[in-house]
Design a binder for this molecule. Structure first.
Ligand code: PXL
Length: 268
C-alpha cells in the first residue's frame, strides 16, 4: 500500500530547501507526497541571496490542506516546515485540529539560513503554544532547541540532552534535537528522546559546512519513515542516513553554501 505524506511548508524556489526538498525526500523513500504551501521564498542574487519572503493567504493554506485531506483516502503523516507568520500558524493549528492527522512531525523553523524575520518572537511564541503541543515528533536544530527549551545556548552534548528532555516535558512525545556537526565531535550528532529512551545518534560528518536543506531533508525523511510504519527511533536513524547521502550528493552553485540532493540515496 502506497503511503501518503503531506508537507505543510514553504516553497524555496531553487529546490534546495522547503517543500521542494520535502517532496523529493518523500519520493526517494517511496512515499507519495502532497503539499500545502505556506509561503514563497526566493533568494535575491542582487542582495547577497537574502530571502524574499511572501506569505500565502491563510485561506489558501486552509484550502490546500483541505484538498490534500479529502483527495486522498488518508494522510499517513504530516511534516510541518516553515510557517513564518502568526496568521499562518493560526490557520495551520485550526487545520490540525479539524483533520486530526495521525502523525505530525514539526521542524520548528524559527529562522531560515542567514535570515532574521521581523516579528520573530511573536512567531516563536505562537509556534510553541499552538503547533508544538500537536506534534508527535519535533526536530529542532541547536538554536531552535535552545529557544524551545528556554536555554541560553547549547554548546555540549549534555546540554543538548537536557534540551531534548525539556522539550519532551512540554508535551512532545518524541524529540530529535539536532547538533549535526556543530558541537565539534567530528560526527553529525543528534539526540533522540521519547521519555524512556535517550539515544545519542552519530554518523560520520560529511564536511563541516552548513548545508542548505539538510534540516528539511531530515524532518521529511522522518515523516516518510513514520508514514511507512517505522518507530520514531528507527525513523530518526534512517533519516540521518538519508541526510548524509543527500549531503554527499549535494550540489554547489553560486550561493555561499552547498545544498542537498536526495536522488542518490539507496536504502542499505
Ligand atoms: O531550511 C529551512 C527552510 C525551510 N523552508 C523554506 C526555506 C528554508 C531556508 O531557506 O526557504 C521555505
Amino acid at each position: 500500500m502506497t503511503r501518503i505524506a503531506l508537507a505543510i511548508a514553504g516553497s524555496e524556489a531553487s529546490g534546495g530547501a522547503g517543500a521542494q526538498t520535502d517532496l523529493k525526500t518523500f519520493h526517494q523513500l517511496g512515499v507519495f507526497g502532497c503539499t500545502a504551501l505556506t509561503c514563497i521564498v526566493s533568494m535575491d542574487p542582487k542582495d547577497a541571496w537574502n530571502h524574499r519572503f511572501v506569505p500565502v493567504d491563510p485561506d489558501v493554506i486552509a484550502d490546500q490542506i483541505e484538498t490534500c485531506a479529502t483527495v486522498h483516502s488518508r494522510i499517513d503523516a504530516v511534516k510541518i516546515g516553515m510557517l513564518g507568520t502568526a496568521a499562518t500558524i493560526e490557520v495551520v493549528e485550526a487545520a490540525l485540529k479539524e483533520h486530526d492527522f495521525p502523525i505530525v512531525v514539526l521542524d520548528p523553523v524559527l529562522i531560515c539560513k542567514g535570515q532574521e524575520f521581523a516579528g520573530a518572537l511573536e512567531v516563536d511564541n505562537a509556534l510553541r503554544s499552538r503547533i508544538l503541543p500537536r506534534a508527535t515528533m519535533t526536530t529542532p536544530n541547536l538554536f531552535e532547541a535552545a529557544t524551545l527549551a528556554g536555554m541560553e545556548e547549547i554548546t555540549t552534548v549534555d546540554q543538548l540532552k537536557d534540551a531534548a528532555r525539556r522539550i519532551h516535558d512540554q508535551g512532545v512525545p518524541n524529540v530529535l534535537a539536532k547538533a549535526g556537526p556543530s558541537l565539534g565531535t567530528g560526527t553529525a550528532l543528534d539526540v533522540f528522546y521519547d521519555g524512556a529512551t535517550l539515544e545519542v545518534l552519530e554518523v560520520p560528518a560529511v564536511g563541516d559546512e552548513r548545508v542548505h536543506g539538510a534540516g528539511c531533508t531530515l524532518a521529511a525523511a522522518v515523516t516518510a519513515e513514520l508514514a511507512k510504519g517505522a518507530t520514531p527511533l528507527e525513523a530518526a536513524v534512517r533519516a540521518k542516513e538519508v541526510v548524509a547521502s543527500s549531503i554527499e550528493h549535494g550540489l554547489r552553485g553560486n550561493i555561499p553554501f552547498p545544498y542537498v540532493y536526495q536522488g542518490g540515496y539507496q536504502q542499505s
